[in-house]
Design a protein around this ligand. Structure first.
Ligand code: ATP
Length: 238
């Protein structure tokens, strides 16, 4: 088809001082796709996400949102345009209530549907609703991940960047989180999912990229990568 990507990176490079963590990465996400980015610890996945959402300035190359370069725009400008990240470790505000955390997600919105959206997040996560007045720091890891996801949804994302949403969670919580990711994707949000859990990440996604030492070494349909002996040996414990 001739649809153009909603999000793309072009020869994207990022360095920490003299250390190049991301080296000429090209990614493309088409509208409504769920795309996974897998790779070992330290491969450069988090760095890639941070550069995409404006938290790190690239050393070279560029990021385009709806075909437009986003360089020199701060994360807040990108959030306002619908590019929202759920960071690794969740980044919730521990000393604010659950309700306040969710409202922070809607900080840049000017419309009047915020209350409706808060209620729909609570409908999705009843556990958060029960505890809406409690400090977010009192939540379990899985509940904090739900809160981080809920807060991101309050920004009405068009593109959602998820950094290791399943990390450190119990198997039941992992299921719940992936269920929400699938659901959000089914509603038409374009998702870039960074995951250590390569098996789940490939099962969920339509397409995937494999990153090694700052470079994309493999890419393709997620089902093909699931069946690829190289991927199985390196990432699927086969
Ligand atoms: P992980 O799953 O462990 O987060 P990752 O694939 O997300 O791995 P990155 O966190 O992007 O990898 O790290 C890529 C490389 O950059 C690693 O070699 C890491 O040590 C290095 N790095 C990451 N953050 C910094 C930093 N703030 N300063 C210097 N080097 C860094």
């Amino acid at each position: 088809t001739n649809t153009s990507p909603v999000l793309s990176t072009h020869d994207l490079s990022v360095a920490y001082g003299g250390i190049r963590a991301v080296k000429g990465v090209n990614l493309a996400l088409y509208p409504g796709e769920l795309v996974s980015l897998i790779g070992a610890n330290g491969a450069g996945k988090t760095t890639t996400l941070k550069a995409i959402c404006g938290l790190l300035a690239p050393q070279g190359g560029e990021v385009r949102l709806n075909g437009q370069p986003v360089h020199a725009q701060g994360p807040w400008d990108l959030v306002a345009q619908g590019l929202v990240m759920v960071p690794e470790g969740r980044g919730i505000f521990a000393r604010m209530s659950i309700d306040e955390n969710l409202r922070m997600g809607a900080y840049l919105r000017r419309d009047r549907d915020i209350e409706t959206d808060i209620e729909s997040v609570y409908a999705r996560f009843p556990r958060l609703k029960e505890r809406r007045k409690q400090l977010a720091g009192t939540l379990s890891g899985g509940e904090q991940q739900m809160l981080a996801m809920g807060r991101a949804l309050l920004a009405r994302p068009k593109v959602l960047l998820l950094d290791e949403p399943s990390m450190g969670l119990s198997p039941i919580m992992v299921d719940k989180i992936f269920e929400v990711v699938a659901d959000v994707s089914a509603q038409g949000v374009t998702v870039l999912l960074v995951e250590q859990n390569a098996h789940r990440a490939l099962e969920m996604a339509q397409r995937a990229y494999v990153m090694e030492s700052g470079e994309i070494t493999l890419q393709g349909a997620a089902c093909d990568l699931l069946g690829d002996p190289q991927v199985q040996a390196a990432y699927l414990g086969a």
